[in-house]
Every structure is written in structure tokens, then in C-alpha cells.
Design a protein around this ligand. Structure first.
Ligand code: ADP
Length: 467
């Protein structure tokens, strides 16, 4: 844990008592502060009280006694409507910040030289964060991995000069962390997401830009216009920026030739081709070229040698539920991509294979359904529909691709196995049974992890499966 001493002897309001809120309470208490913690959910309040955390009814509290309000990142500060704590804090002049801000202030006070690598972007944050941590650990570094992935930042070990914090940071967390100044900031991509919370694309891109604007060194993938613009602006200000592209060869920077990664970068000098992703199952697909380039650039900026990076890329285990290989049955590969909760992510998954895909699709449909997926169905042998979205997706797919309405995950898998093993339709050379649902899971599962776990368990119970 990282004790937060900044508010020693004072009382801090904490709203939102899930993972990061509870860790913030513990860190504040360890630093000598008192907490006035609250949550809209009675079970969360009871859990926190049972853990010995100082509670308060914040609706009826005297806010003038609070030194700050620590807001959980899921709680809206402005759009679509400010949470009820926000006007109460503002009326009393109480600053509103998040747990990342507490960490940054603690680092600035006790060990400003402690290495901090922060990663953001609309997609690929978790993969890139985990990959950077993996590369550094493989080189023997003391690494603390967390933030928006896994462990809440304040539950990690404290910053130290010989310890690297590698933190995934969401736009919500950036919004509540005005003094976020990482040693290395990584911005992967910006595409429309969470606009209900951030109002507009310029507002959302502005938040993402803050992470790299505050960084001593910035690594920016310039494959979309928003990120390219941010990189250009920072370079014009004379800032240390390393650019990369998974789609084109930048004038200076990092790029790929197929699966070969190439660095021609101002920080490092021209390194040349230093690694090849071919055959690394955990980094399959064009999107992972971007993630691997960004992670490699961060690892080199942190002092690793190109050959160390190349060797460690090959041993990256990958993250569960993101193009995760879960078994083989003869030539048939089974892949769990349950994290694909929208059409864009499913299109990314489809593009990562050379066809022969038996795709399990469906759940609770997102706005727009699978409209953006329809032109990208090349390589699909057949689709198996599940969940609430079944009638909607069946209407969308009619006349475009072979499909059947399976209903449940178990029925869909059974039908896909029948077809992929050649008992139904003609068998492609490299069949892939892919769960990449383009939907939320809540109609049939608690979350995407539960859906992916169920798929993995079903696959692993197939007779003759090799894991
Ligand atoms: P995040 O933490 O940002 O949600 P993940 O690493 O968990 O990112 O990946 C989530 C999904 O986003 C993946 O399943 C994949 O479909 C897609 N994705 C991953 N990396 C990228 C990328 N660099 N560009 C576009 N899409 C990506």
C-alpha cells in the first residue's frame, strides 16, 4: 500500500467504495487522515464499515470540514449530470480529485524521481500496460502494475527510485488527476467512446492529451487524426515526443513492416528492425502491432536494450478475454475474445485471422448494433447468435453470411464445433471458433469476464480438447 500523508490529521470525503475507493480510504488512514466515506449502494457501505473505514452520510454532512473529495472514476463529475456530491463539494470550496491524484502528490512529495509510466488511449490500454510491465519484469526491474487494470494504484507498493510504476489510466482518471506528470506517457489512439461522460470529441481528446502533455517523454501513436494532432502540437512546443504508427512509416519514429517492428527514433537513434511478432499468439492482429510498438518504445525509454525487448515480447502471456487461445481440437483453434463488447472490437478480432472463422456473436446489443461490422465479414464461415440481440442481429445478417440462432453460449459452441470439425459445413484449412460477441454480456452473464470464463470452461470440457 502507498500511505497518503498529505491530509494527515484532516478529514477527507471519499465517495464510491469499490476497488479504488476502498484502497484510497486505507491509504488515507495509513497516512494519518480521517475518512468520511459514502456510497449510493448499501452493500458497499456495509462492506467498507466492516473493514473499519470511517463512514459518513455525505448528503447531510458539514462539507466545510473536508479537505478534499475523492471521487471514484465511475462517478460523473459533469456529464450526463453531476453526481449529487459534486455541487455539495463545490458549494463548500472542497477540491474534487481521484486516487491517481493522491498517488501523484505522494510521489511528488516523497520520491519525484520514481519512474512512472502512464498509458491511456481508447483501446489497447490494458494490453499495452500489461506488456510494458512484462517487458520490464523480464529485464529484472521492480515493477508495480495497476491503476485502471488489476490493483488500484494506492494498493500498490509506494514509489521508489528503483521501482517502476506502470499505470493504466482511463479518461475519467485523468479528469481527476490535475498533477499527473509521468516520466513516460503513452497515448495509443482516440476514437469515439464515453461521449456521454465527456460531452464531445474535442473534450474527450483534450483529456487524453493531458496525460502526454504532462509527461517528461511522450510516446504517441499517430494512426488517428486526434493523436497525430496532439503529437504535432507537442513537438511544436519542443517537447520530447516519440511517434509511432502501425499503419504507415512516419518521418521519424516507430513503425512496422508486416509483423517486423522497426525503430527509427530520435531518442534511441536508428535501431532498425528489432523484433518480429510473427508466431506470438498473444500479440496477433494489426491492433497489437500498435500496442507492441508503443510498449517497446516505452521499454527502451525506460532503459531496456532492443534485444531484451525482442526476447521478452515473445514470452508475453497476453491477457484473458482478449484474443485468448483457450484450446485446440485437431486443427480447430478456440479463441476467447469476450472483451469485445462492441462491433469495432469484433471487427478487430476478425481482422486478426486469415479466415475460416466460426463466430459466436450476441448478448445485449450496443447502440448501432453490428452496422459497422457488416462490411467487414470477410473470412467468416458462419455466425452463431446468442442472447437478447439475436433477432436484431439475425435481421442485420440476413442474406450476407450464413448464420444460425443458437440462443445460449453452450448451444452456440456445440454448433460451431459441429461445423468447424467438418460435420456440418465444409471445413476450412485453419478453422477458428471465435467468441467475439460485439455486445455487452449482462443479459446472460454478470460481466464479460464471466462470459469468457464460461466459454473457456465449455471449450475445455470438449472431449479430445488440447489446452
Ligand atoms: P482497453 O483496456 O483500452 O479496453 P484492451 O487491451 O483491454 O484495451 O483491449 C480491448 C479491446 O480493444 C481488444 O479486445 C481489441 O478488440 C481492441 N484493441 C486492443 N488494442 C487496440 C488498439 N491498439 N487499437 C484498436 N483496438 C484495440
Amino acid at each position: 500500500m502507498t500511505p497518503v500523508g498529505e491530509f494527515c490529521g484532516r478529514t477527507v470525503a471519499v465517495f464510491g467504495l469499490a476497488r479504488s475507493g476502498l484502497a484510497a480510504c486505507r491509504a488515507l488512514l495509513a497516512g494519518g487522515a480521517h475518512t468520511a466515506a459514502d456510497d449510493d449502494d448499501a452493500a458497499s457501505r456495509a462492506r467498507a464499515a466492516a473493514a473499519g473505514i470511517g463512514m459518513a452520510d455525505l448528503r447531510h454532512a458539514d462539507w466545510r470540514r473536508f479537505a478534499a473529495l475523492i471521487l471514484a472514476p465511475g462517478v460523473p463529475i459533469a456529464d450526463p449530470a453531476p453526481h449529487w456530491t459534486v455541487p455539495l463539494a463545490r458549494a463548500a470550496g472542497v477540491p474534487i480529485i481521484g486516487d491517481i491524484e493522491l498517488f501523484c502528490r505522494t510521489r511528488a512529495r516523497h520520491c519525484p524521481e520514481a519512474p512512472l509510466i502512464a498509458i491511456t488511449g481508447t483501446n489497447g490500454k490494458s494490453t499495452t500496460t500489461a506488456l510494458i510491465a512484462h517487458l520490464l519484469r523480464a529485464a529484472g526491474r521492480d515493477v508495480q502494475l495497476g491503476g485502471n487494470i488489476g490493483t488500484a494504484v494506492l494498493a500498490l507498493e509506494p514509489p521508489r527510485a528503483d521501482r517502476v510504476h506502470v499505470l493504466e489510466i482511463s479518461s475519467f482518471q485523468i479528469e481527476l488527476a490535475p498533477s499527473l506528470r509521468p516520466s513516460i506517457g503513452v497515448l495509443l489512439n482516440i476514437s469515439p467512446d464515453h461521449l456521454d461522460r465527456h460531452g464531445s470529441m474535442p473534450a474527450y481528446a483534450g483529456l487524453k492529451a493531458r496525460l502526454v502533455s504532462g509527461a517528461e517523454r511522450a510516446i504517441i501513436a499517430t494512426d488517428d487524426a486526434w493523436c497525430a494532432d496532439i503529437a504535432t502540437r507537442l513537438l511544436a512546443q519542443g517537447r520530447r515526443v516519440e511517434r509511432l504508427s502501425a499503419a504507415a512509416r512516419p518521418a521519424h519514429g516507430w513503425y512496422a513492416d508486416g509483423t517486423r517492428l522497426i525503430a527509427d527514433a530520435p531518442w534511441t537513434g536508428p535501431v532498425g528492425a528489432f523484433a518480429d511478432l510473427a508466431g506470438i499468439a498473444s500479440l496477433r492482429g494489426r491492433h497489437n502491432v500498435q500496442n507492441a510498438l508503443a510498449a517497446s518504445a516505452a521499454a527502451l525509454a525506460a532503459g531496456l536494450a532492443p534485444h531484451e525487448v525482442a526476447a521478452a515480447l515473445a514470452t508475453f502471456p497476453g491477457l484473458p478475454h482478449r484474443l485468448e487461445e483457450v484450446g485446440r481440437l485437431g486443427p480447430v483453434l478456440f479463441v476467447n475474445d469476450s472483451k469485445a463488447t462492441n462491433a469495432e472490437s469484433t471487427a478487430t478480432a476478425i481482422a486478426a485471422f486469415d479466415g475460416g472463422i466460426f463466430l459466436i456473436l450476441g448478448g445485449r446489443s450496443k447502440a448501432g448494433g453490428i452496422a459497422t461490422l457488416l462490411p467487414r465479414l470477410g473470412g467468416i464461415a458462419k455466425v452463431y447468435l446468442i442472447g437478447e440481440a439475436m433477432p436484431e442481429f439475425a435481421a442485420s445478417l440476413e442474406g450476407r453470411v450464413a448464420f444460425e440462432c443458437a440462443g445460449t453460449l453452450a448451444a452456440a459452441l456445440a454448433a460451431a464445433v459441429r461445423d468447424a470439425t467438418g460435420k456440418g459445413t465444409a471445413q476450412p484449412a485453419h478453422p477458428v471458433v471465435l467468441l467475439s460477441p460485439a455486445c455487452a454480456s449482462f443479459d446472460q452473464f454478470a460481466n464479460f469476464e464471466a462470459r469468457g470464463d464460461a466459454f473457456r470452461a465449455l471449450v475445455r470440457s470438449l472431449p479430445g480438447i488440447a489446452c
